[in-house]
Design a binder for this molecule. Structure first.
Ligand SMILES: [Zn+2]
Length: 416
């Protein structure tokens, strides 16, 4: 079916033909208008041809000046939003103009960005869908190869990242996250106050901090603005911090230290359950915070505590350590940690002693917590967003793709 000029319908009492109706609905402005509509039910396609009248002049796309004559035109096609279930394509001859100052230049069309085979509206839809479902699913839904979906996302994400306001960025969070089923790690750098990931490093090596420094400088951010860094007890990070951010105080946050403690408890339990069947299937009882246990788990814990278990001892040491983060005064907290250290190192539980030694080694960073106002909440929240991002990227391995999806999900970007 081809609709041509002359078929008339009315809208709001205004007389207009269907071509102008489409021109209006699609938001085309002068000199562009829809001149032909081809609808094919068999192939499930709607094709719209857009054109400008003969003799139209365009301002130069470089200097924005003048009324330049059209030099020549090139036929191009863009994928547009589906019209119900029909894939919709726009076709137009895109002019090159002859500017007196700049020479021959390609005119930019208002419905698409230069070089893209999609309309802006289509790209906005892809962006929205990608925040809600996996990229493989988005590609399947719109019938476009996933690599092209990634290219769209990359473009908008990079553009939006340049717009992020970093003027209030003073507390930096550095955290590893696992990719490729946990075989490899990348590093997330976050603005803790804004609870936003500002950068991702390719590895968890010292180079990740170099990459971060370079990216921030390219965005006009002065690294001296960072006052506090919240990170894991991980020497490659600390070496990088000393190199690029020597002025900042380092804080080892509660979240990471408790994670280490939980691993240690798990090792103690694993060894002990070989002799004691009671410990089987109790993993989560020891890892959860006491207030988060179910009634059934609470009863089980009470029962286990009666037995003289190494695991229960390790668990008590963890609870004692978590009390450290509730202490408000610096003097008191340091005294408390010293006592805890003595207890832990005399526990005769090797994994626990190792955690205690790590705390001793990074003492100042642990104590610094009392000075800071860093909360675990932000770190935990960002971690769960990264997990979501990794699910969205399932099936794709390219580092650039993983970065893009993390920024999309956890970067608090604005796409206007
Ligand atoms: Zn020009």
């Amino acid at each position: 079916m081809v609709i041509s000029y002359g078929e008339v319908s009315t809208i709001g009492g205004v007389l207009m033909n269907e071509l102008s109706l489409f021109t209006l609905a699609l938001g085309f402005t002068k000199p562009w208008k829809v001149v032909e509509i081809k609808f094919s039910k068999e192939s499930g396609r709607l094709d719209l041809r857009i054109d400008f009248p003969r003799g139209t002049t365009f301002p130069c796309p470089s200097c924005k000046e003048g009324e330049c004559q059209v030099h020549d035109t090139k036929d191009r096609t863009w994928r547009h939003l589906n019209f119900f279930q029909y894939e919709t394509y726009l076709h137009a001859r895109v002019p090159r103009v002859n500017c007196r100052e700049c020479g021959i230049k390609q005119v930019e069309v208002p419905w698409s960005r230069p070089g893209s085979g999609f309309t802006l509206l289509f790209e906005m839809m892809v962006l929205q869908l990608s925040r809600e479902m996996s990229i493989a699913a988005v590609a399947g839904l719109v019938g476009v190869h996933a690599n092209r979906i990634w290219r769209i996302l990359e473009h908008y994400v990079e553009r939006a990242r340049k717009e992020v306001d970093l003027s209030e960025f003073h507390i930096l969070g550095i955290d590893e996250f696992s990719v490729r089923k946990g075989y490899e790690f990348m590093t997330a750098f976050s603005d803790i106050d804004a609870s936003r990931i500002v950068f991702t490093g390719e590895s968890r090596r010292e180079e990740a901090i170099d990459e971060f420094a370079k990216d921030m400088e390219s965005r006009g951010f002065d690294l001296d603005g960072i006052e506090l860094i919240c990170c894991d007890m991980w020497d490659p990070y600390l070496n990088g911090i000393e190199k690029h951010l020597p002025q900042a105080s380092v804080v080892f946050d509660r979240f990471h230290i408790i994670k280490k403690m939980n691993k240690a408890i798990e090792m103690v339990r694993w060894a002990e359950q070989k002799e004691n069947q009671e410990l089987k299937k109790t993993r989560f009882i020891w890892l959860k915070r006491p207030e988060n246990l179910t009634e059934k788990q609470e009863a089980k814990l009470a029962e286990l505590k009666k037995l003289d278990l190494k695991t229960a001892r390790a668990y008590q040491i963890k609870l004692a350590l978590s009390r450290f983060w509730e202490i408000k005064s610096l003097e008191e907290s340091e005294l408390y940690l010293k006592k805890w250290y003595f207890w832990a190192t005399h526990s005769r539980l090797k994994p626990i002693i190792e955690v205690a030694k790590a705390i001793k080694h990074y003492w100042q960073g642990v104590i610094n917590y009392t000075l800071s106002r860093i909360t675990n909440g932000v770190v935990e929240g960002l971690n769960s967003k990264i997990k979501t991002a990794m699910k969205r990227a399932y099936g794709f391995k390219k580092t650039q793709y993983l970065r893009t999806i993390v920024y999309l999900i956890a970067g608090k970007l604005c796409f206007n």
